[in-house]
Design a binder for this molecule. Structure first.
Ligand code: ZN
Length: 264
């Protein structure tokens, strides 16, 4: 049985959900209404270049802004939830400051320092309370349709929903994000057989991801691949040469895709 996370960010989010009466129904209030009910004084969509969100705290005033060029509703909700996280966890620290968040502070893989990680954990738990998430995915075979339906339920982005699956799903998976044919980041369930794909690596020749970069349509179903296709830099790859792996991809931008990989 998977456990509810006990890090400081997730714990604080669960307190907020409890106090707002949302613990079993996290979409009953918009992120904006949650923020206002906690004491945020204003939320604005602005043209912010180079950042996706920001919070400005000055005594009793707290203003959250997010970039008006974020078109994905799940992402927009995550950015606001991240800023609510700073408001809940780092209010004193950020007093008299403007804190800016960009692609790096908002992602699990680049976020430096404890505060960004705490705000990201907070956001993931606020939007997808773990006990509900476990109910949704428990005992179900992994596939992207499952993740899409969970993302629909929580009104979250596919990426944040997949990240949560790494720790709460019943099937170990790897997720690899590539852009213009190069790996930008990867992340793994703790019990996935292989754990290493170097950043900057070219998308491998025989992968489903490569088909996409070659101009083909992404298949709707998972396809068989071999461990060596993606994991040739992992020391343990030879041990798992006989294991059958699957890859299924989802397009996230003009030239960006996320590959999900799991085994039999
Ligand atoms: Zn931040």
């Amino acid at each position: 049985m998977k456990e509810i996370p006990s890090d400081i960010g997730s714990k604080r989010a669960r307190v907020v959900l409890q106090e707002c009466g949302l613990i079993n129904d996290p979409t009953a209030l918009s992120c904006e209404d949650i923020a206002y009910s906690r004491g945020v004084t204003d939320i604005k969509a602005l043209n912010i270049d180079g950042s996706q969100g920001r919070i400005m705290i000055d005594g009793n005033e707290a203003i959250i802004s997010y970039d008006n060029k974020i078109y994905n509703e799940g992402k927009r909700r995550f950015v606001i939830a991240h800023e609510i996280g700073h408001f809940e966890l780092h209010r004193e620290l950020l007093n008299n400051q403007v804190h800016n968040d960009d692609e790096k502070t908002l992602s699990e893989w680049y976020a430096k320092g404890p505060h960004e990680k705490q705000a990201n954990k907070f956001a993931a738990e606020l939007l997808m309370p773990s006990h509900l998430y476990i109910e949704k995915v428990g005992g179900q075979i992994f596939n992207l349709d499952l993740i899409k339906s969970v993302a629909d339920f929580f009104q979250t982005s596919i990426t944040s929903t997949l990240i949560k699956y790494l720790s709460l799903g019943d099937f170990p998976i790897a997720i690899i994000f590539s852009n213009e044919g190069k790996v930008e980041w990867s992340s793994f369930s703790n019990d996935f057989l292989l754990q290493y794909v170097p950043k900057g690596m070219d998308v491998p020749e025989n992968s489903v991801a490569m088909d996409f970069y070659d101009g083909h349509q992404l298949p709707n179903e998972p396809e068989s691949i071999e461990a060596l296709d993606w994991f040739l830099h992992d020391f343990n790859v030879k041990k798992h040469a006989e294991v059958g792996f699957y890859e299924q991809c989802i397009q996230l931008g003009d030239k960006a895709i996320l590959s999900c990989i799991w085994n039999d």
